[in-house]
Design a protein around this ligand. Sequence first.
Ligand code: SF4
Ligand code: SF4
Length: 237
Amino acid sequence: MEPITVRLFRYHPEQDDKPWSQDVEVDGSFRCRMVLDVLEHLKTLDTTLTFRRSCREGVCGSDGLNINGRNNLGCITRVEDMLGKKNLLEIRPLPGMPVIRDLVVDQTLFFEQYKRIQPWLINDSPRPATERLQSPEDRAKLDGLYECILCACCTSACPSWWWNPEKYIGPSGLLQAYRFLQDSRDTATAERLEKLEDPFSVFRCRGIGNCTAYCPKGLNPMKAIGRIKAMLLREET
Ligand code: SF4
Ligand code: SF4
């Protein structure tokens, strides 16, 4: 099988004036492997290559990468599915976030925005003797929301986030905000909505849909944001 050219984004801030691009060839048999397998292999050849990874099962959300122009998780992206006619696999860090080194980005703002939405259950009623129960119907309302693994593939693809990462919560955080707004056991709906009611936190979303197009878990942050906007607009009337 024809070898594959892997083009890597490289940047070591203590050694490099600016980022540079490194082309490396790997055996054609990597076509049926995952992108993370390619990176692991390249790291055995050059131990300075730096990237995040953990579970390698698409669950931990650590290895969000930009692969041939699309954000995705390295561990569940088959090399063959990404290779075009050029036989080139280009691996870059997630866009819109500062690069710490090579393929590792600084996610401080991403997690600060996540913290803002208070991603925990709020319920002021007395604690029951056992767990707080939910009907199967109410539980089903969380489907498509609770599965988010915080990989940042959506937020990093969002132009509104690129321009206002300090003020716009971004699609990942907003999907989680909606998850708690939907939870029948949460009693802080009004307070949560009040905290979101400003021109930037939610309404900076322009409905372009990059977030939904790139979510590796098949979730739909754009739809969740639309529902939050509807809730906020209802509150106003
Ligand atoms: S739909 Fe909204 S959140 Fe999603 S990428 Fe577009 S602007 Fe960003
Ligand atoms: S919504 Fe999807 S892309 Fe965004 S952080 Fe969650 S799992 Fe990742």
